[in-house]
Write a new protein. Structure first.
Ligand code: BES
Ligand code: ZN
Ligand code: ZN
Length: 496
C-alpha cells in the first residue's frame, strides 16, 4: 500500500472514497466530481436513522457509473466541538477497513471539510495518515495465500496542502509504520524471533534509521555479572543477547532511558505455565518491541533529545541448567533474590538491565515497559496500561503522551506498606512478593532505578488484542511505541 496526498482539485480516479461527516451530517460533498452528478441520499439516511454522522457510525454506498462501481463510505466524526485526533483516526480507520473488505484497490479520503472541527492542518494530516498505515496491517506473513485483501494506493485529498500539512503527514506515516514494526516483532513466532534474531533485526534497523546498536554476547554479560538475567537465560539452548541502542539528538542535553522486557519466549521455566498460558508467550517481548519501535520513530524524526534503550533478550525455558524455585541468586546491583517462582522471570532480567542503564549509560530519567504480570489484566483489563512511578511531573508527561497516542494508562500508588512485601527472610528481596502483584513487581524493578525519575509500565493486558478494532489488528497492538515517542518529544522541547 502506497499512501500520498493530493490537492482536492486534481482529477484522480479511485475505486473507493471515504467521506467524513460531523453529527447531523455536516459536510458537503455534493459538488465532488468523482460522484459524477450523483447526489448523496443524506436526508434519506438521516430520516431512517441509518447515518447521521455520529461517532462510530459508518455507512456504505455503491454508485454505479457505466461499467464501473464506486464504493463510498460515509464515516461519522461526532460533534464538531468534540473532534480530536483519536476520533479522526478511528473514523478514517473504520472507513478504510470497510473499503478494504470490499476489495477496492485505490482509496481517496476527502478531508477538507474536517477543518470545521479540527483547525490544524498538521493534526488532520498526521492522524489520517497514521490511521491508514495502522489500519492496513494484518498479521498474515505465514499464510501462503495472503494476497487477497490488498489496497494499492491511498490518497488524502485536501485543499490547503502547506508545510504544516506535509510535516503532519510525514510524522503520521512514521508513527504508524513504527507502531506496525513493533506489532510485527511481537507477532513473529518464538521459533523465528530468537534473542539472536531480535538483536540482528535491531542492528539492521539502527543502520537504516540512524541510531547506534551494540550487542553484548554471553561472555560480556557474564563479565558484567548480570547474574539475575543469566539465571533466567541459563535454561535455554539459545544464548541471551543484551541489546543497547543509543540515539544522540542533543549532545549537550538530557538522556531518556528506556528498558524493554525481551523474553522472546516464556514457558514459565520449572514453574511451568499451562499450555493455554504458554501459547501467547511469544509476545513476552512486547516491551522490547515498544522501545525498539520508539527508538526507530525518535531517530527517524530526528528529535532533539538523547535516548538510550536496553533489552536483556533471552528465553525462559526448562533444562538441567534452569534456575529453580527455592534458589537464591545474585544480581548485577549486588542484591540477593529468593526465587519463589521461576515464572516471575521478567523482573529478574529487568533489574540487571535497569542497573546497567542507570549505572553505565548515565540516563537522567528512565522508563521500563514490560508484559510483567497477569495481575495487570485483573487491575485494568485489556484496554489500559498500568503505570507506577516515583515522580509526579514525569508521570504527568507520560499521561499526556499516552493521551496523544489514543492509548490509555492509569497510575497505581506506591504505598510505604508495600515495601515490606518485597523483603525475604533468607535474601534481600523475593521475586514473588504478595498482592498487589502488579505494583510489587514494578516496585521490585524500581529498587534498581535508585533516585532518578522512573516510570514502570505493565502492558500484559494491552500488548495483545483478542479481536481487531478500528486501527488495531488482532494479535499484537504495538502499545507503547507512540507514547514513548511523544515522551521523548516532550523532553526534547524542554531541553532545547
Ligand atoms: N509474562 C508473564 C506475564 C503475563 C501473563 C503476560 C499473561 C501476558 C499475559 C510473566 O512472566 C509471569 O508469568 N508473571 C507471573 C508472576 C507470578 C508468578 C508472581 C504471573 O503474572 O502470573
Ligand atoms: Zn513468566
Ligand atoms: Zn514473562
Amino acid at each position: 500500500m502506497k499512501i500520498t496526498y493530493n490537492n482536492l482539485e486534481e482529477k484522480i480516479a479511485f475505486e473507493g472514497i471515504i467521506l467524513p461527516y460531523f453529527e447531523d451530517c455536516q459536510g458537503n460533498y455534493d459538488s465532488l466530481e468523482v460522484l459524477n452528478s450523483n447526489k448523496l441520499p443524506i436526508d434519506y439516511l438521516k430520516s431512517k436513522d441509518l447515518f447521521s454522522g455520529q461517532k462510530n457510525q459508518i455507512y456504505h454506498l455503491l454508485i454505479s457509473n457505466e461499467d464501473r462501481a464506486l464504493d463510498l463510505v460515509l464515516t461519522g466524526l461526532g460533534k464538531r466541538e468534540n473532534l480530536n485526533g483519536d476520533i479522526l483516526r478511528k473514523a478514517v480507520a473504520r472507513g478504510y477497513k470497510e473499503l478494504k473488505k470490499r476489495k477496492v484497490s485505490s482509496v481517496g479520503i476527502y478531508l477538507h471539510d474536517v477543518k470545521i472541527g479540527l483547525k490544524c492542518n498538521y493534526a488532520i494530516a498526521k492522524n489520517a495518515a497514521e490511521a491508514v498505515v495502522m489500519a492496513d496491517y494484518k498479521f498474515n506473513d505465514y499464510k501462503t495465500d495472503n494476497k487477497k485483501e490488498c489496497v494499492e494506493k491511498v490518497s488524502i485529498l485536501f485543499n490547503d496542502i502547506n508545510d504544516n500539512f506535509k510535516n503532519g503527514f510525514n510524522e503520521g506515516i512514521s508513527l504508524g509504520k513504527n507502531n506496525i514494526l513493533a506489532r510485527r516483532l511481537v507477532n513473529e513466532p518464538a521459533n523465528i524471533l530468537t534473542p539472536e534474531e531480535l538483536a540482528k533485526r535491531t542492528i539492521e534497523l539502527g543502520k537504516e534509521k540512524g541510531f547506534e546498536v551494540e550487542i553484548y554476547d554471553l561472555e560480556k554479560i557474564q563479565e558484567l555479572k548480570m547474574e539475575a538475567y543469566l539465571s533466567v537465560a541459563m535454561g535455554s539452548e539459545k544464548p541471551p543477547k543484551f541489546i543497547i541502542m543509543r540515539y544522540t539528538g542533543d549532545p549537550e542535553g538530557e538522556t531518556l532511558g528506556l528498558v524493554g522486557k525481551g523474553l522472546t519466549y516464556d514457558s514459565g521455566g520449572l514453574s511451568l505455565k499451562t499450555t493455554k498460558g504458554m501459547v501467547t508467550m511469544k509476545g513476552d517481548m512486547a516491551g522490547a518491541a515498544a522501545v525498539i519501535g520508539a527508538m526507530s520513530a525518535i531517530a527517524e524524526n530526528r528529535l532533539k533529545v538523547n535516548v538510550t534503550a536496553v533489552v536483556a533478550a533471552c528465553e525462559n525455558m526448562i533444562s538441567g541448567r534452569s534456575y529453580k524455585p527455592g534458589d537464591i541468586i545474585n544480581s548485577m546491583g549486588g542484591k540477593t533474590i529468593f526465587i519463589g517462582n521461576t515464572d516471575a522471570e521478567g523482573r529478574l532480567t529487568l533489574i540487571d538491565a535497569m542497573h546497567y542503564i542507570v549505572t553505565y549509560e548515565k540516563v537522567d530519567r528512565v522508563v521500563d515497559i514490560a508484559t510483567l504480570t497477569g495481575a495487570a489484566i485483573h487491575c485494568l483489563g485489556y484496554d489500559a496500561t498500568v503505570g507506577i512511578g516515583n515522580n509526579d511531573e514525569f508521570f504527568k508527561s507520560m499521561d499526556k503522551s499516552f493521551d496523544k497516542a489514543g492509548e490509555k494508562i492509569w497510575r497505581m500508588p506506591i504505598f510505604e506498606e508495600y515495601k515490606e512485601l518485597l523483603k525475604h527472610p533468607e535474601a534481600d528481596l523475593t521475586n514473588t512478593a504478595d498482592s498487589p502483584g502488579t505494583i510489587t513487581a514494578g516496585m521490585f524493578i524500581g529498587e534498581f532505578a535508585r533516585e532518578i525519575p522512573w516510570i514502570h509500565l505493565d502492558i500484559a493486558g494491552t500488548s495483545g488484542a483478542k479481536k481487531e478494532k478500528e486501527y488495531i489488528s488482532k494479535g499484537a497492538t504495538g502499545v507503547g511505541v507512540r507514547p514513548l515517542y511523544y515522551l521523548a518529544k516532550d523532553m526534547a522541547k524542554k531541553t532545547r
